[in-house]
Design a protein around this ligand. Structure first.
Ligand SMILES: Cc1ncc(COP(=O)(O)O)c(C=O)c1O
Length: 400
């Protein structure tokens, strides 16, 4: 037989968060102690979901709710998500669907919208799934920049300059991964105006909406305009600390006349993949309607870890770090390093500290960054940041 040739559409698909693990695994084989600050998985550290969610999923399995679920999700879950939409101030809901993680909702919504050669505006830096899906659809990624000088707010002038006749959607990740920034009302209003003027669907990725520091308020994009076509993505992975359960959702809101055909296209795709996990969907209502008692202690820990992250990294000559307002990521800038990929590769080999190069999330050309996940315990973070500080100094002297 001849060699099997993979499809061209996979050529540009990268996912830096996991790709870096290959290098980390090689280093770990040498017996070096590894400090993982690369994956946004709370369960690898001292975070757990509320017990009632586990009981609800277990109970559903015992009741033999082990068959397929309805394609859009079970009624109890969709009702709870509708109440969640109301809490977020979204009042023109047209459809709700439950998916295998927010990832599947994002992929279905993009697939139902974008043709080959069309483009979607993606935040840069931003979560690499959007670029990967656009690549798979043979759509063109149209990156817009977040402004580091302005707390990583989306750069409205840059967005304006990037919209063209083939632009179908604008994605906003709020709070953002990898920067931890939280968009202001002023920025969001400008962004909605641009979307409406240019017939763009707004993809509002709000998967970290309950993880905000210092009493910062989260403004749901769809809540500011009930006519604009918005799909708000959410899920259990981050707010409820169960990323391995793979449960997320999409909430479609806006003027129904302009959305009807698009909603039907999404539903065709939902039916074709049967359903999301059935028994686990029974945990959605207890989670969303359950009072969120787990968040107080989690945010207390995360606030301490965020503070030491910002403090220790800003203390390094040549590194600056904008203070994250939400989520559990920081995106420090390397002012003196010429190639973040090389820096991170050498850092992993020399110290066992695993972080992700900024180029994996996109960045303004000529700038260098890395992403840290500050979920690990303080002792781990302290050790890691000290190792980064020492290595950074040696790297500048010896490697470039
Ligand atoms: C911004 C953003 N959106 C979506 C996802 C994927 O979420 P899920 O686990 O629900 O698929 C992630 C995961 O890290 C994320 O950071």
């Amino acid at each position: 037989m001849k060699k099997i040739i993979p499809a061209k559409r996979t050529e540009n698909i990268t996912y830096a968060v996991r790709d870096i693990v290959v290098l980390a695994q090689e280093t770990a084989k040498s017996g070096k102690e590894m400090l993982y600050l690369n994956i946004g998985d709370p369960n690898l550290f001292d975070f757990e979901p509320p017990r009632k969610m586990i009981e609800a999923a277990y109970d559903a399995m015992l009741k033999n709710y082990n068959g397929y679920a309805p394609s859009s999700g079970i009624a109890e879950a969709r009702d709870a998500i509708a109440k969640e939409a109301e809490r977020k101030g979204i009042n023109n809901v047209r459809d709700i669907f439950v998916t295998t993680g927010a990832s599947e909702a994002i992929e279905l919504a993009l697939t139902a919208l974008v043709n080959e050669g069309e483009n979607v505006l993606t935040p840069t830096p931003g979560y690499p799934l959007y670029t990967a899906v656009a690549s798979k659809l043979q759509a063109i990624e149209n990156p817009y920049y977040l402004d580091e000088e302005n707390g990583w707010q989306p750069d409205i002038e840059d967005i304006k300059s990037k919209i063209n006749e083939k632009t179908k959607a604008i994605i906003i990740i709020n709070p953002n991964n990898p920067t931890g920034s939280n968009a202001s009302e002023e920025t969001i209003l400008q962004l909605i105006d641009l979307a409406v003027e240019n017939n763009l669907v707004i993809f509002a990725d709000e998967i970290y909406d309950k993880l905000l520091f210092d009493g910062n308020e989260h403004i749901s994009i769809a809540s500011l305009n009930s006519d604009a076509p918005v799909i708000t993505f959410g899920g259990l992975s981050k707010n409820y600390m169960v990323p391995g359960w793979r449960i997320g959702w999409g909430i479609v809101s806006g003027n129904s006349e302009i959305l009807d055909d698009y909603i039907e296209a999404i539903n065709k795709m939902l039916r074709a993949r049967l359903s999301a996990s059935h028994p686990i969907q029974y945990a959605i209502a207890p989670a969303l309607l359950g009072g969120d008692e787990h968040l107080g202690p989690a945010m207390e820990k995360l606030t301490r870890r965020r503070d030491m992250t910002v403090e220790m990294l800003n203390a390094i000559d040549g590194i600056t770090c904008v203070k994250p307002e939400g989520a559990f990521y920081a995106f420090p800038r390397l002012h003196k390093v010429k190639d973040d990929m090389k820096f991170v590769a050498e850092l992993i080999k020399a110290t066992g500290v695993v972080i992700v190069p900024g180029s994996g999330f996109g960045q303004v050309p000529g700038t260098q960054h890395f992403r840290v996940v500050f979920l690990p315990q303080e002792e781990v973070l302290e050790k890691a940041y000290k190792a980064i500080a020492d290595f950074h100094e040696r790297y500048l002297e010896n490697f470039q």
